[in-house]
Design a protein around this ligand. Structure first.
Ligand SMILES: Nc1nc2c(ncn2[C@@H]2O[C@H](COP(=O)(O)OP(=O)(O)OP(=O)(O)O)[C@@H](O)[C@H]2O)c(=O)[nH]1
Ligand SMILES: [Mg+2]
Length: 519
C-alpha cells in the first residue's frame, strides 16, 4: 500500500548501527549499509535491459513523453549506460569515467555532438552518464537506459552487466523482441546473484509489435492482438518467465512515443495520403520498401513517406489512415488517444504506475534490506574469528529489528512474492481478492475491494472492507495450521488498513464540507 513507513527512523537506526561496525574487519557490511543509508532518500532505480536494438531507448523516450532524451536509431546505438534523474532538462550531462578520472560536464547539445564525432577512445572510457529531465515520474523513479546485450558487442554488454552488478537496480524492465535466439534472462541471472529479480520487481515487454503486424500477411488482427497472443504463448512455454517477471506486455514504443509527441503536420500529411488511389495505397502498405518506392504513385513525395515511416512506422500510418477514412475531420488529440491504446501504452503505463510507481519506496527499501542481508551472509562465510562472528550475529539481529518497523508492508510484499512464485496454495478467488486488495489491478478503493463502478458511496466501501475483516478474522480463528494463519493475517491486516484509511478520508471529507459549504 502507500508509503506509511518512516524512512527517517530507518535511516537513524542504520546510522547508529554503522558506529559499531569496524571498517577494517567488516568492510563489506559497512559499505553496503552506508550505501543503503544514502539510497533511502534517492528515488527507486529502474533499469531497462534487453538485446541490441530492442527498442530500449525509444521506450525510455516514450515513458518520458519526449522525442530526444536518449538517442535512438539504427546507427546511434547506445554505447553508454544513461542514468536519468529528475532535474532541469537543460542541466549539464555528467560523464563518469571508467579509469577513475574526474567527472566531466557537457551541455546536452555538446554531448550529442561529442558522441556523434566518434571519439572512440574517450567514449570507451565512459562508465555511465547522468542526464536530467523534468518528467514527473522521475521524482519517484530513476530510469537507467543500458547498451544492448549482445555477444557480438561483448564490451558494451560487459559494461551493462558490470553496471547492473555495481548499482543493483531495485527493479528492471526486460525487453524481448520476437526473435527466438534470445537469452537475456540467462545473461542477467548470471550477474544477478543476491538480488534476484522476481515478479515484484521485474516486468517484461515484447517490443516492436508493429513490426510483427507488418510481417503478418493477413491484416485482420491488430498488432496488440498479435502481441498478446504471442506473449501468452511465450509465458506458457517457459515457466521460468513466470518466476522472474510480473507479466510481459506487448508494446510498440515507436507508436507509444508518437502518442504523446505526434506533430499535427503528420496528421495533415496522412490526410493527403488518404487521397491516393486506393489499390496502390493498399499495395504500398505491404512493406516499408513498397511504401517508399518511387514507382508506387502516392499523393506524397517519397522523402515525406520515409519521414512518416520513421515517425510512426507503417502500422502507425495504417492506424491513422483508418481513422481518417472513418472521419476526415478527426483531430490530432483523437489520433493520439487511439495510438496510446493501440501501441499497448495504456495498459503498460497503468502497470508501471500501480506496480512500480506506488510501491517504489517499498521496492527500494526491500532491495536495500536484501543487499544488507546478502552481505551479512557472505561476510559470515569468510569470517573465522569468534568475536567477529558474534558481532555479525548482533548486526544481523539489529538489521532485522530495524526493518521490522515495516512489518505490515514487508509481510504484504512477502506474501505477494510467494503468490507470484506459486509458493502458496490458495484458491483462485482468494488470490484475486488479495491481488485486488494490494492494488495490483487498480489502486482506487473500489478497485481494491473488487467493486466495478466508481460512484459508490464511501459508507458502502467501508462496509465492504469491514465485512472482509469479519470474514478473515473468523477464518483465522478457525484455522489450526499456524502457517496458514500467517498469510490469512496478512489479508486481514490489509482489509483493516484499507478500512481505517477510508474512515479517515471520509471524516476529513465531512469536515471539509462543513467548513466549505456549511453542510
Ligand atoms: N517499427 C519500430 N521500430 C522501432 C520501435 N522501437 C524502436 N524502433 C527502431 O529500432 C531502432 C533501435 O531502436 P532503439 O530505441 O535505439 O533501440 P535500443 O534497444 O536502445 O538499441 P541499442 O541501444 O543500440 O541497444 C531504431 O531505428 C528505432 O527507430 C518500434 O516500436 N517499432
Ligand atoms: Mg539504446
Amino acid at each position: 500500500m502507500e508509503a506509511l513507513y518512516d524512512i527517517s527512523s530507518i535511516e537513524n537506526r542504520l546510522r547508529d548501527l554503522l558506529r559499531i561496525i569496524p571498517r577494517n574487519t567488516l568492510d563489506q557490511i559497512f559499505t553496503v549499509i552506508d550505501d543503503g543509508v544514502n539510497r533511502l532518500h534517492e528515488p527507486m532505480q529502474l533499469a531497462i535491459i534487453g538485446k541490441i536494438s530492442s527498442s530500449k531507448s525509444t521506450l525510455v523516450n516514450a515513458i518520458l513523453g519526449k522525442t530526444e532524451i536518449m538517442s535512438t536509431g539504427q546507427k546511434e546505438v547506445t554505447y553508454n549506460v544513461g542514468w536519468l534523474k529528475y532535474g532541469r532538462p537543460d542541466s549539464d550531462i555528467i560523464i563518469h569515467h571508467k579509469d577513475g578520472s574526474p567527472n566531466t560536464l557537457k551541455s546536452p547539445k555538446d554531448f550529442t555532438l561529442w558522441t556523434t564525432e566518434g571519439k572512440n577512445k574517450e567514449i570507451d572510457n565512459v562508465s555511465y552518464i547522468e542526464i536530467f529531465d523534468d518528467a514527473e515520474i522521475l521524482k519517484e523513479v530513476n530510469i537507467i537506459d543500458t547498451p544492448g546485450l549482445d555477444a557480438l558487442r561483448g564490451k558494451d554488454s560487459q559494461n551493462t552487466l558490470e553496471f547492473i552488478k555495481k548499482v543493483h537496480p531495485d527493479a528492471v524492465i526486460m525487453l524481448f523482441t520476437h526473435s527466438v535466439s534470445e537469452n537475456v534472462l540467462d545473461i542477467v541471472s548470471q550477474y544477478n546473484a543476491g538480488t534476484s529479480f522476481n515478479p515484484l520487481n521485474a516486468l517484461g515487454i515484447l517490443s516492436k509489435i508493429d513490426v510483427l503486424w507488418q510481417e503478418t500477411f493477413e491484416r485482420d488482427r491488430t498488432a496488440l492482438e498479435i502481441g498478446k497472443k504471442m506473449t501468452a504463448n511465450r509465458l506458457r512455454k517457459n515457466p521460468m518467465l513466470y518466476k522472474t517477471l510480473f507479466n510481459i506486455y506487448p508494446i510498440s514504443a515507436l507508436i507509444f512515443l508518437a502518442a504523446s509527441t505526434l506533430p499535427s503536420e503528420i496528421l495533415e500529411e496522412i490526410k493527403t495520403l488518404a487521397e491516393s488511389d486506393e489499390e496502390i495505397l493498399k499495395k504500398s502498405l505491404n512493406s516499408v520498401s513498397a511504401f517508399v518506392k518511387e514507382e508506387n504513385e502516392l499523393t506524397l513525395p517519397v522523402y515525406k513517406r520515409q519521414q512518416l515511416c520513421d515517425t510512426v512506422g507503417l502500422y502507425g500510418i495504417y492506424l491513422i489512415l483508418d481513422l481518417v477514412r472513418q472521419n476526415s475531420h478527426i483531430d490530432i488529440n483523437d489520433v493520439k488517444k487511439h495510438l496510446w491504446k493501440e501501441s499497448g501504452a495504456k495498459e503498460f503505463m497503468k502497470v508501471l504506475h500501480n506496480h512500480f510507481g506506488l510501491r517504489a519506496k517499498l521496492i527500494k527499501i526491500e532491495s536495500i534490506y536484501q543487499r544488507i542481508h546478502q552481505a551479512i551472509k557472505e561476510s559470515r562465510g569468510k569470517t573465522q574469528d569468534s568475536s567477529s562472528i558474534q558481532l555479525i550475529y548482533k548486526i544481523e539481529q539489529r538489521v532485522s529489528e530495524i526493518f521490522s518497523s515495516l512489518v505490515y508492508e514487508h509481510r504484504e510484499y512477502e506474501f505477494l512474492t510467494k503468490l507470484y512464485n506459486n509458493e502458496i496454495n490458495i484458491n483462485n478467488e482468494t488470490r484475486t481478492e488479495f491481488l485486488n486488495l494490494c492494488g495490483e489491478h487498480g489502486t482506487s478503493a473500489p478497485e481494491r475491494l473488487g467493486m466495478k463502478t466508481s460512484e459508490i458511496p464511501v459508507q458502502k466501501l467501508i462496509d465492504k472492507a469491514q465485512s472482509g475483516e469479519i470474514y478473515w478474522r473468523k477464518a483465522v480463528s478457525l484455522e489450526p495450521d499456524p502457517d496458514e494463519r500467517e498469510w490469512m493475517n496478512v489479508v486481514l491486516a490489509s482489509y483493516t488498513n484499507l478500512r481505517l484509511k477510508l474512515q479517515t478520508i471520509n471524516y476529513q471529507y465531512e469536515q471539509a464540507k462543513a467548513f466549505l459549504f456549511n453542510e
